[in-house]
Design a protein around this ligand. Structure first.
Ligand SMILES: O=C(O)C1=C[C@@H](OP(=O)(O)O)[C@@H](O)[C@H](O)C1
Ligand SMILES: C=C(OP(=O)(O)O)C(=O)O
Length: 414
């Protein structure tokens, strides 16, 4: 199986899962390690870099000689490269897919301009594509830079990684609600690993001037990718699945999936360098704030609908500006099976449980890897189809092969 622009029909004859999966490495960790390595100017030993397209793209762009760089649909690449190009004083253009040109970047550009970078918008103000025209290194910059924390943490991570290079370092004051906080902490943890320490207290982050030191680092497997396996275990008749390369003390906020899934009927056992998932009892209701782990929201919405759990989900504000408007996409696709994500006000959504599965649903994926992977586990409940299955390449290119190895039947049709 593998055809671009196809429909993938998926079923699982026994509905029993047993075996081990080697997950892809985290693209978030990989892309930070690669930017820090490039800023350090010295070769670090990075092991288990992700095969995700987002990591392939940043690897390519960091050594690209052409004037125009294409970040494709990778948010981290667009945001991290923007800070990198600005601070290294390069004269380049960065662009992306049509969707990327709708994902805001003004908060980051404003901050970099205050730091002396000359950046022009080539299209709509506040959005890519961007043109970099160098940096005024002698410019005095504010002792404290105010940065909104409620749109994307990637702006903050991007600024933090370049912060040690400034003569006085950087102090960021985060304003508004801080979303995706564990990703900021991951950035600081990796910076520290490579010899540059920052301090995060309340809403203030201070990074003194420092020099990155080369170091070796083994990228952890991707907990966001693990979440789909948790869903599959929750929906299977019986299951024992080992996920390799995951750590109990992870830098990834999406490791919260282990606790969340206790509500949905999945038990996690931590081994030396893997976790084993087995089935346990589920709760009938639960509520969770996804502000720290927005990438898990689709996984949870779909599995709860399928398991008849009326979960209350909050902290989903950032979902509308990701690879697609994920709220609208979830509502549209859940309705195909008699489910829904109901807006009950104040940013809270309730999953409407599915009572009778509509037969043979065909799910659209909106150029969003997480739509494909969040709905795929439903193949354990009924035969389903996923449109444009190649979207998984953004973070988990071997996803469909891994499903096949776990007994799923996949048939591609054009
Ligand atoms: O820094 C990162 O690696 C990421 C941060 C999050 O984005 P936001 O900060 O925009 O929520 C997350 O959704 C994305 O997949 C990866
Ligand atoms: C939102 C995501 O990625 P990014 O913002 O880096 O494109 C994601 O992987 O779910």
């Amino acid at each position: 199986m593998s055809a671009i622009n196809s429909t993938l029909y998926i079923s699982h004859p026994s509905q029993v899962l047993s075996g081990a999966v080697t997950l892809p490495a985290s693209k978030s960790e990989s892309n930070r390690a690669l930017i820090i390595e490039a800023l350090s100017g010295a070769g670090s030993q990075l092991d288990n870099l992700s095969e995700a397209n987002d990591t392939r793209v940043i690897t390519r762009l960091l050594s690209e000689t052409a004037n125009e760089l294409n970040a494709e649909d990778a948010g981290t690449v667009m945001r991290f490269m923007t800070a990198y190009l600005a601070v290294t004083g390069q004269q380049k253009i960065i662009t992306g897919t049509p969707r990327m040109l709708q994902r805001p970047i003004g908060v980051l550009v404003d901050a970099l301009r205050e730091l002396g970078a000359q950046i022009d918008y080539l299209g709509q103000e506040g959005y890519p594509p961007l043109a970099f025209r160098g940096i005024d290194r002698n410019r005095e910059y504010p002792a404290t830079l105010k940065v909104r924390g409620d749109i994307s943490s990637q702006y903050i991570s991007a600024l933090l990684m370049v912060a040690p290079l400034f003569p006085n370092g950087l102090t960021l004051e985060l304003t508004g609600k801080i979303g995706s906080r564990p990703y900021i902490q991951m950035t600081l943890a990796l910076m520290k690993h490579f010899g540059a320490e920052g301090h995060f207290e309340g809403n203030i982050i201070h990074v003194p001037p420092q020099t990155y030191q080369p170091a070796s680092y083994i990228i952890e497997s991707d907990w966001s990718g693990a979440s789909y396996w948790y869903s599959m275990v929750a929906l299977a008749k019986d299951a024992t699945v080992e996920l390799k390369g995951l750590r109990r003390n992870s830098f990834q906020g999406d490791s919260a999936i282990a606790n969340i899934m206790l509500n949905i009927g999945v038990q996690t056992t931590y081994n030396a360098n893997s976790v084993t998932l087995t089935k346990t009892n589920k709760n009938e209701v639960f509520a969770y704030d996804f502000s720290d782990c927005p990438d898990l929201a689709q996984t949870i919405a779909v599995v709860c609908a399928a398991k008849g759990i009326a979960a209350e989900m909050s902290g989903l504000e950032s979902l509308r500006i990701k690879e697609t408007d994920r709220i609208a996409a979830l509502q549209q696709e859940l309705r195909k099976m008699g489910g829904d994500l109901e807006d009950i006000g104040n940013g809270i959504f309730r999953v409407k449980p599915i009572t009778n599965f509509a037969a043979g649903p065909v799910f659209d994926t909106y150029e969003d890897h997480r739509m494909a992977m969040a709905f795929a586990p439903l193949a354990l409940v009924s035969k389903i189809a996923i449109q444009e299955p190649h979207v998984v390449r953004k973070s988990y290119p071997r996803f469909w092969q891994d499903l096949e190895s776990m007994g799923f039947t996949l048939e591609a049709a054009n």
